[in-house]
Design a binder for this molecule. Structure first.
Ligand SMILES: [Zn+2]
Ligand SMILES: [Zn+2]
Length: 227
């Protein structure tokens, strides 16, 4: 497994920006974007750009494929019981507990990456795996190409949870892993950083029920009303 996808993933500019807090500038128009700003993805280079509100809005409307810039939405969904065939996961050969998937519109395919000490590393999807995943988890099937990802977390007991996240959340996770990874398995520091990352994701996410909601138990009055 090589890090071929690595160069296409640029870190969010926050990590290396020179200005102080609140000085992030929109990379499209140059205006001050502020700390709590949005992002757009350049679908050709995969670069993530900081954007001011008006520029972000400009690329929010879905005008079909082939657009160079796409606004990253702020939608967070959490599926605690994600259905994933363990055989598909095994075939991905992902050496860590988590991986993210998204549709790359420029390449017209779904790609899988996992965070590693070298950055985001691409893993080849088994044939038909993505279609199986979406069929088994229809509530997550409308993830937007390029800007939303399914971030899968394999629990120690072998079950899976999944977050539908803005793509910049995946960049954040990749940066965390790279920063904290030590030795062969990452070590305690990396584990705690990843745990903390997922805890904060859960806090801001809307939970998706894994099964259709149970019909409410209608309380049986039981007695007869005489009559
Ligand atoms: Zn702007
Ligand atoms: Zn930014």
């Amino acid at each position: 497994m090589t890090a071929t996808g690595l160069r296409r993933f640029r870190e969010p500019p926050e990590s290396g920006r020179a200005g102080g807090p609140g000085e992030t500038r929109c990379e499209l128009c140059g205006e001050v974007a502020g700390d709590d700003h949005d992002h757009v993805v350049n679908t050709e280079t995969r670069a993530l750009l900081c954007a001011c509100r008006p520029c972000h809005l400009l690329f929010t409307r879905d005008e079909g494929t082939g657009r160079r810039y796409r606004a990253v939405p702020r939608r967070y969904l959490y599926a605690p019981s994600f259905r994933l065939n363990p055989a598909d996961w095994e075939e991905l050969q992902i050496p860590v507990r988590t991986a993210f998937f998204f549709r790359n519109s420029a390449a017209d395919r779904v790609v899988a990456f996992y965070p590693s000490p070298a950055g985001a590393t691409e893993s080849l999807l088994p044939l038909g795996a993505w279609e199986r995943v979406l069929a088994a988890n229809p509530e997550l099937a409308d993830a937007q190409p390029d800007v939303e990802a399914l971030l899968v977390d394999r629990r120690p007991d072998g079950t899976f949870a999944c977050h539908l996240v803005p793509i910049d959340a995946c960049y954040e996770l990749v940066g965390l892993v790279r920063l904290h990874w030590k030795g062969f398995d990452g070590g305690r520091e990396a584990r705690e950083a990843v745990d903390g990352f997922f805890a904060s994701l859960r806090e801001r996410s809307r939970t998706i029920p894994p099964e259709p909601p149970e019909p409410p138990e209608s309380p049986e009055p039981g007695g007869d009303d005489g009559g």
